[in-house]
Ligand binder design. Structure first.
Ligand SMILES: *Cc1c(COP(=O)(O)O)cnc(C)c1O
Length: 398
């Protein structure tokens, strides 16, 4: 089998339009979001308007990272020190990290075979804990039945905040991910759907919530210069009661995000072509099970997940090693130690230990792979063939 020599962490280079936009900001010297001319909307404010329009949200705050957006969302929503926050047990470390940073205690909910939050376990834990908050992580872009989730949120009076780091551009039954609750949180970190190195968005339709989030983000009382913010009278109610926890976005990052946002839909089509190509190569071969995507879901295939049921931990490790030897970088969520962006709840020692047997069982046979847009469709077929080859060599029963 010919090895693959592509790089799984190599995103596309940013084009001349982006470079020109960055150069313009650098030459102006006005990098701070509030360093604008009278009457001028800064790049950050323009980006907030553009993202609010894309998302279909009334308000948008651009900020320092996705993790930061989640932490201030919880604070702006009124989280009190020591309160439980429900969240799915399969997510990445910035999620329990944000809950902890905001003073909350992660209360982990099981996932299902479809890699989404287990709604029965959610109901059980909402009832038994009396938790007020649900930070739903749409991990690896998989959306749960959002109508059923919304019904549970309503019947337990939960405040829903969505982590959409992997679902920017995704939708359920035509409704954008991030618009089902009080707020949506997004990341523009290099490995997500827009690339500014670091960065994030918080979106909401709730004026008081958004005013508090803007003050929290470090607005120095210059909130009237925001692009997609509630009117000044809303701030008047809360401006002196809300602390400043600086985490603003700057004009340089905003300038390089604007042209990328304009072609996000095109990037999504390209991700999905790659996803479907790998999916086809894997389907039914070597005991590999690819996750079926629900009809209602509009997904963004920036990564792909599959299972090899019945694998022992030792076999999983040798499967990962065999793929790696042929140039294919897989993540395995069953490992005992966190490895490069992969972590599971057992390695979050700042969180109270919790029993999640289903999640552990599901993660022990789960593999995950990034699909950067630098891969061609031919690359995707090649990668698929390598994975199947390695699975067949393991002798896993189909
Ligand atoms: C990347 C990521 C975030 C936010 O990441 P930042 O690095 O803080 O921008 C949140 N949730 C998940 C699941 C992620 O993968």
């Amino acid at each position: 089998m010919k090895p693959f020599d592509g790089n799984f962490t190599q995103q596309e280079p940013l084009d001349d339009l982006v470079v020109a936009a960055a150069t313009e900001v650098l030459k102006s010297g006005r990098l701070h979001r509030y360093n604008s001319e009278p009457g001028e909307l800064s790049k950050v404010s323009l980006l907030e308007q553009a993202y609010a329009a894309y998302q279909g949200a009334r308000y948008c705050l651009a900020c320092a990272s996705g993790g930061y957006a989640m932490a201030i969302a919880l604070r702006a929503a009124g989280l009190v020190q020591g309160e439980p926050v429900l969240t799915n047990a399969f997510t990445l470390a910035p999620v329990p990290g944000a809950i902890t940073a905001a003073g909350g205690k992660p209360l982990l909910v099981e996932i299902t075979e479809a890699l989404v939050i287990d709604l029965d376990d959610l109901e059980r834990k909402a009832r038994s804990s009396g938790a007020r908050f649900l930070l739903l992580s749409n991990m690896r872009g998989h959306l749960v039945d959002m109508e059923r989730l919304a019904a549970i949120v309503q019947s337990y009076d939960l405040i829903l905040i969505e982590d959409c780091a992997h679902t920017m551009g995704a939708a359920w039954n035509g409704r954008k991910s991030g618009s089902f609750g009080l707020a949506g949180c997004f990341s523009t970190q290099t490995y997500k759907h827009l690339n500014s190195g670091e960065g994030g968005f918080l979106t909401s339709d709730d004026p008081d919530f958004m005013a508090r989030a803007i003050i929290l983000s470090g607005s120095y009382m210059l909130y009237e210069r925001h692009g997609a913010a509630p009117p000044p009278e809303v701030f008047a109610r809360i401006r002196l009661d809300t602390p400043n926890m600086s985490g603003r976005m700057d004009n340089l990052r905003a300038a390089i995000l604007l042209p990328q946002l304009a072609r996000l839909e095109n990037s999504i089509d390209r991700w999905n072509e790659r996803y479907q190509t790998v999916e086809q190569a894997l389907a039914g071969a070597g005991g590999v099970e690819v996750y079926k995507r629900p009809q209602q879901e509009r997904y963004v295939g920036s990564s792909i997940q599959f299972r090899l049921p019945g694998l022992s931990p030792a076999q999983a490790q040798s499967f990962v090693a065999a793929n790696k030897a042929l140039g294919v970088e897989l993540k395995w969520f069953g490992a005992t130690e966190p490895v490069a962006f992969t972590s599971n709840h057992h390695s979050w020692h700042y969180v109270e230990p919790q029993q999640l047997p289903e999640t552990d069982r599901i993660l022990s046979s789960l593999f995950d792979m990034r699909l950067p847009l630098t891969f061609s469709l031919e690359d995707c077929r090649h990668i698929g063939a390598i994975i199947v080859h390695c699975a067949m060599n393991l002798g896993v029963e189909t």
